[in-house]
Ligand binder design. Structure first.
Ligand SMILES: [Zn+2]
Length: 174
């Protein structure tokens, strides 16, 4: 059986990006819990780095994932840009392209594209602890822009489809 870590980004005193009162940490937690429920129904073991509004450092989250020998690590975030409605779409960050991490990112992006998100692709980001320090394939997923109306509307109105798409992308990769 596969063990997947779902990491809701930010939390507690760290709200992540904030736009018109909307906080990235809340979206990330709701998405992570929704995805996890689907994975669990499909027989996947899920480890949540948080299930409430608390903060834990990315380095500690990576250590935990290594300790429990997780098969995959998926960190859930929302993107943000200098100006509202400047960009839209989903983007996945990986430590390095190639291998299972990129495959996972590609599968999730592709499924989210089917729900209507613009697919902004996969970007190598070597300086993030949850990507650099994890010993298993890891992806940081930016589920649309928190300061783009179209992305928020899609997330809110089609929330179940969005979390299903992410879960499906993970299940396809396992
Ligand atoms: Zn974030």
């Amino acid at each position: 059986m596969s063990l997947v870590v779902l990491d809701a980004g930010h939390g507690g005193e760290n709200p992540g990006a904030v736009y018109e009162g909307r906080r990235e940490k809340d979206d990330a937690l709701a998405i992570a819990m929704g995805v996890g429920a689907i994975l669990e129904r499909n027989g996947v073991d899920v480890y949540y780095t948080r299930t409430t509004d608390i903060y834990e450092s990315p380095a500690k989250k990576a250590r935990e994932a290594n300790r429990i020998r997780a098969d995959y690590f998926v960190s859930i975030h929302r993107n943000s840009s200098p100006y509202p409605n400047q960009y839209s779409g989903v983007e996945s960050l990986v430590y390095k392209k190639g291998g299972k991490g990129e495959q996972l990112a590609e599968n999730i992006n592709k499924e989210l594209e089917k729900v209507g998100f613009l697919n902004q692709g996969i970007r190598e980001t070597p300086n993030l602890a949850v990507l650099r320090r994890t010993e298993m394939p890891a992806v940081l997923l930016e589920v649309g822009f928190i300061n783009t109306a179209q992305d928020n509307q899609r997330l809110d109105e089609r929330f179940d489809e969005v979390v299903s798409a992410i879960a499906k992308g993970i299940l396809e990769t396992l």
